[in-house]
Design a binder for this molecule. Structure first.
Ligand SMILES: [Zn+2]
Ligand SMILES: [Zn+2]
Length: 231
């Protein structure tokens, strides 16, 4: 069968669609209009999806803007004070594993786990203090870029039927102490410096008994062992 001369492209496709019916130009126009509307809907959808993507991205970036998050803010200040040659950044990652696999180790990742004193405030008005705010870090220095990933282990509310997992509220002095210890690890493990380990003076604070079944760190087996004592 002989093929028609090439009628590729928009014009050819429209004509093909428009000429199937012999009811005249009106149908052709209507069909073209439908095509235009469909295209408009398509582009509008794309635009909305794109705008949504940009919005989500800007939301993600928001949490990294210094001043918006105390962890990011205090980390940025702390590494500036250290005057490292490398640029160090901190990112949240709530799927960090409590152990490194072989590949991560080969890629230079190190791990550090510590704890702090913090508070949890649920929307149901229940709130509690905890010496079991566990903080997990993965960190590495590569090609003059330092990256720290942080995961704050969450706790669930015992009074809520769906027990929402809540992120801890930690005071600035507590966060600073956490970063003092992390920076020591970085100096030792990424720069080979000899550092004297900061001895943690554990202070007893009165809190309710630790609810292991509502604690993410307990479920992962990385919760702190000493009960209700923190520096
Ligand atoms: Zn609650
Ligand atoms: Zn726990």
């Amino acid at each position: 069968m002989k093929r028609h001369p090439a009628s590729t492209g928009k014009e050819g496709r429209e004509r093909e669609g428009g000429c199937i019916s012999k009811s005249g130009e009106l149908f052709f126009r209507t069909n073209t209009q439908i095509c235009s509307i469909a295209k408009a809907i398509y582009f509008l959808t794309k635009l909305l999806l794109c705008a949504g993507g940009i919005y989500c991205q800007s939301e993600r970036k928001m949490s990294r803007v210094p001043g918006k998050n105390p962890w990011i803010d205090l980390f940025t200040k702390r590494v500036e004070e250290m005057e490292f040659e490398a640029r160090w950044t901190l990112n949240f990652n709530y799927s960090l594993c409590p152990v490194l696999d072989g590949e991560q180790r080969r890629e230079g990742w190190k791990i550090y786990k510590t704890s702090a004193f913090g508070r949890f405030d649920c929307r149901c008005s229940n709130s509690w203090s905890s010496a079991h705010v566990v903080i997990l870090f993965h960190y590495r220095l590569r090609k003059k870029r330092g990256l720290v990933l942080i995961r704050l282990l969450r706790q669930g509310c015992r009074d809520c039927w769906d027990s929402p997992e809540l992120k801890p509220q930690v005071t600035h002095p507590q966060i600073q102490k956490v970063f003092d210890r992390l920076i020591q690890k970085i100096c030792k493990n990424c720069y080979g410096e000899t550092v004297e380990e900061i001895e943690r003076v554990l202070e007893h604070r009165k809190t309710k008994p630790h609810e292991t079944s509502f604690c993410e760190a307990c479920k992962l087996g990385i919760c702190r062992n000493q009960a209700d004592a923190v520096n």
